[in-house]
Design a protein around this ligand. Structure first.
Ligand code: NI
Length: 392
């Protein structure tokens, strides 16, 4: 079966490159994937897969029925949105939308999803159960997976597979990871309320800017002294707003940030821990404060058995020297984790770096570019893993 899947992928390669370039040159922002989803639905229908648009707002699902001998349903998830970045690659098929770019490889993911659908539709007689393809919108704003789940795409799903491109490993290689792959990403808003006054008479005021500086410093120091160093927490205050004039003491400062963690137990204690620190700093200097901690997406925790399945499928297809077990997780976030609240799953990393280049630009960079040979690597890995899911 592996040979048949590889042959089908080779035949499809020119079409898949064409599809990827089309999507790349027509990027759409999160929640506005209208053309992309119509295009995806068109490709699915052309290979005989029933496609439904408008799922999870601008998402698409397709389903292959299987022979019905097994009632498990396997989901394959890819994402379709682009970023508000001006592309600078100068490629022939560069973005035609000014200020919007597929700089996170979701054009490649969508193509891998479509290629997998094309191949599995050819070998549908060998699939005892259903395969549901999820083409998700709005991953970049960490909303799309929740929109899809709200539209019940995870109903009766027994396992889910996902993929993300990775420029740090070469095209043709695959990275798998057991356990944590990405971090939980939560939002933090802090309002510090002091009292305004003349810049020359600090004793008659409560300086919210000085107190905000203490809050930022104390939070960073407290991480190193009160959080378990083997369970990472990253707290970044990325935005500060406050003050009106150089000679007026500010009465209000707003701090906004992101909080990343890998372990669910660590994450659970973060809101109280932060609130206590902010309260105690503010109160000791006479200021009031409001702390709002909003949970974003959880950490992606890859299932052991499904990761093993991915690894063995990839090793059979490409040899073990092209398959890496990634030693470290990322503290980036990925809303694939939202599906994992409903079924076990695993997301692999698809190498897209050019071997001959010294520098491969990172994700979200205006010069980000991929080695397109990776598309076939991704499609074969995904399709063969799906096949093996029923034939272990
Ligand atoms: Ni991405």
């Amino acid at each position: 079966m592996l040979t048949q899947i590889k042959d089908l992928a080779t035949q499809l390669a020119p079409r898949l490159i064409e599809i990827r370039r089309h999507i790349h040159s027509h990027p759409e922002l999160s929640g506005q994937e209208y053309q992309t989803s119509a295009f995806v639905a068109g490709v699915l229908s052309s290979c005989g897969i029933h496609a439904e648009e408008g799922v999870g707002k601008t998402g698409v699902i397709g389903e292959l029925p299987g022979t019905g001998e097994d009632n498990r349903i396997l989901a394959i998830r890819t994402d379709m949105d682009a970023l508000p970045i001006e592309e600078c690659t100068g490629l022939d098929f560069a973005s035609r939308q000014s200020g919007i770019m597929h700089a996170c490889g979701h054009d490649v993911h969508t193509t891998v999803g479509l290629g997998t659908a094309m191949i599995l539709s050819e070998i549908a007689g060998e699939l005892p159960g259903k395969v549901r393809f999820l083409f998700q919108p709005a991953e970049e704003i960490a909303q799309g997976a929740s929109w899809m789940v709200k539209d019940r795409v995870m109903e009766n799903i027994s396992a889910i597979l996902g993929v993300h491109v990775f420029p740090s490993i070469p095209g043709g290689s695959i990275g798998v990871r057991y356990g944590a792959l990405t971090a939980a990403a939560d939002d933090l808003e802090i309002m510090i309320i002091g009292e305004s006054g003349h810049g020359a008479r600090p004793h008659e005021a409560i300086d919210a800017i000085w107190i905000a500086s203490q809050v930022v410093t104390t939070l960073q120091q407290a991480i190193s002294r009160t959080q378990n160093p083997l369970r990472p927490v990253v707290l970044t205050i990325g935005k500060i707003n406050g003050g009106r004039a150089p000679n007026v003491i500010a009465d209000k400062v707003q701090l906004s940030g992101t909080v990343r963690s890998l372990h669910p137990e660590t994450r659970a204690q973060l809101p109280n821990w932060i609130e206590q620190i902010v309260n105690s700093v503010c109160h000791s200097y006479g200021a009031k404060c409001q702390v709002s901690y909003k949970q974003g997406v959880p950490s992606v925790q890859n299932d052991y058995n499904l990761t093993q399945l991915l690894q063995s499928a990839a090793e059979e297809a490409w040899g073990s020297d092209r398959v890496q077990v990634l030693p470290e997780p990322s503290l980036g976030a990925e809303d694939f984790s939202v599906y994992l609240q409903h079924a076990p799953g695993s997301m692999f990393r698809l190498g897209v770096g050019y071997k001959e280049k010294i520098l491969n630009y990172p994700l979200h960079h205006p010069l980000f570019d991929v080695d397109e040979s990776a598309i076939i690597t991704g499609v074969v890995t995904m399709a063969y893993t799906a096949y093996k899911y029923w034939h272990q």
